[in-house]
Ligand binder design. Structure first.
Ligand SMILES: [Zn+2]
Ligand SMILES: [Zn+2]
Length: 360
């Protein structure tokens, strides 16, 4: 079955106002073309400008915690093969799951959640991303050769990952006790003996901090530590969300609500505040530190950031690696070929044994 046939089978075009995205010249499907940064007709190649000169505006945090705008014009699909849930714009053509590369995704009865305020469209093409990924894979010493050969443009799939960014001012009052080491030298039978002692001192004061665009991963499809390795994303200047940017791509659903993301963000901010306070002092030991922080002027953005996923099945296990669709940074897991590890261990052992006999 061709892709377009499957497409017809799954979508009820009438409901989805597919016409909004059809080529004005031939009626063909359009997708967002990264190189041109325009919508491009898949059939006649006509290009259409995405009219958008606005950047995503930050909103009051209270708005997120109380309600939020539901993403009505999008629908949730689930991959029958790997289980990942994906949001697809009404009338979308892309039916390849970015995580496992299969096209067995079906619509499910779920609400897509919040409508994103902003989107950072892909800036590097699939081809560019694959060239970077090939270089990255080559350096993976223990990855199977088959994996290295599988890294190519057709096995990469672009999608948008949902994140929250938060801004906040913080005023903290603190008090605590720190200690500084010092050395005492005494003489015993003419021999010097040194003993390290600690001089304790109390601290207290006020710390002011401003946080701008602290990024919190909202989806568990890419683990937060992997996403961290892909950062930075251009969160300061993300465009206002327009459905055109999603043409040809899907977005992951978020499984962490805005409130939970804000709680996680505050914990990150608390850690930064603590290190800001401690950095003011010359100390060796922290005995106690009590910090009371008031956050104010909290703002948030819910945005989509571009990622290419590469997938590879090795011994029935799915491995994913990801390429930042804005700056080309790569992170992810690769399978390990056991024989390569054995060869390395064997070579090391052989060298050790060799050295033993040479040195003997
Ligand atoms: Zn056309
Ligand atoms: Zn899948």
């Amino acid at each position: 079955m061709t892709k377009s046939k499957i497409y017809e089978k799954i979508y009820n075009e009438k409901d989805l106002k597919v016409d909004d995205f059809k080529c004005e010249n031939c009626g063909g499907e359009t997708i967002f073309d990264v190189k041109e940064q325009k919508l491009k007709c898949l059939y006649c190649g006509s290009l259409f400008e995405v009219k958008n000169d606005k950047f995503a505006q930050e909103r009051e945090l209270q708005e997120l915690l109380s309600k939020g705008e539901v993403w009505k014009e999008a629908e949730v699909f689930q991959c029958q093969s790997c289980g990942v849930k994906e949001i697809i714009q009404a009338g979308e053509v892309s039916l390849i799951c970015p995580f496992c590369g299969t096209n067995s995704i079906v619509k499910i009865d779920e609400i897509p959640g919040l409508k994103p305020q902003g989107i950072a469209p892909f800036k590097i093409t699939k081809k560019q991303a694959s060239l970077l990924a090939i270089k990255w894979a080559k350096k993976k010493l223990y990855a199977p050769n088959k994996f290295k050969k599988s890294v190519k443009a057709e096995n990469l799939h672009g999608f948008y990952n949902p994140v929250f960014t938060f801004d906040a001012n913080a005023i903290s009052n603190y008090h605590g006790q720190l200690g500084k080491n010092y050395v005492v030298t005494s003489y015993h039978n003419g021999k010097p003996i040194t003993v390290t002692k600690v001089r304790y001192f109390t601290i207290s004061g006020e710390n002011k901090a401003f946080f701008d665009d602290v990024l919190i991963q909202a989806s568990s499809d890419i683990k937060a530590d992997i996403l961290k390795k892909l950062e930075p994303f251009p969160t300061r200047q993300v465009l206002e969300y327009k459905p055109e940017y999603l043409r040809g791509y899907s977005a992951c659903t978020y499984d962490k609500e805005g409130g939970a993301c804000w709680t996680e963000c505050k914990q990150n901010m608390d850690r930064i505040i603590e290190s800001q306070i401690l950095n003011r002092y010359d100390y060796d030991v922290k005995v106690a530190l009590n910090i009371k922080t008031k956050f104010f002027g909290e703002k948030y953005k819910y945005i989509l950031v571009p990622v290419y996923a590469g997938n590879y099945k090795y011994k029935n296990k799915l491995y994913n690696f990801f390429v930042n669709g804005d700056n080309g940074k790569i992170a992810g897991k690769t399978p390990i070929a056991k024989w390569k590890v054995f060869v390395t261990i064997f070579v090391i052992l052989a060298v050790i044994v060799g050295l033993f006999f040479i040195c003997k």
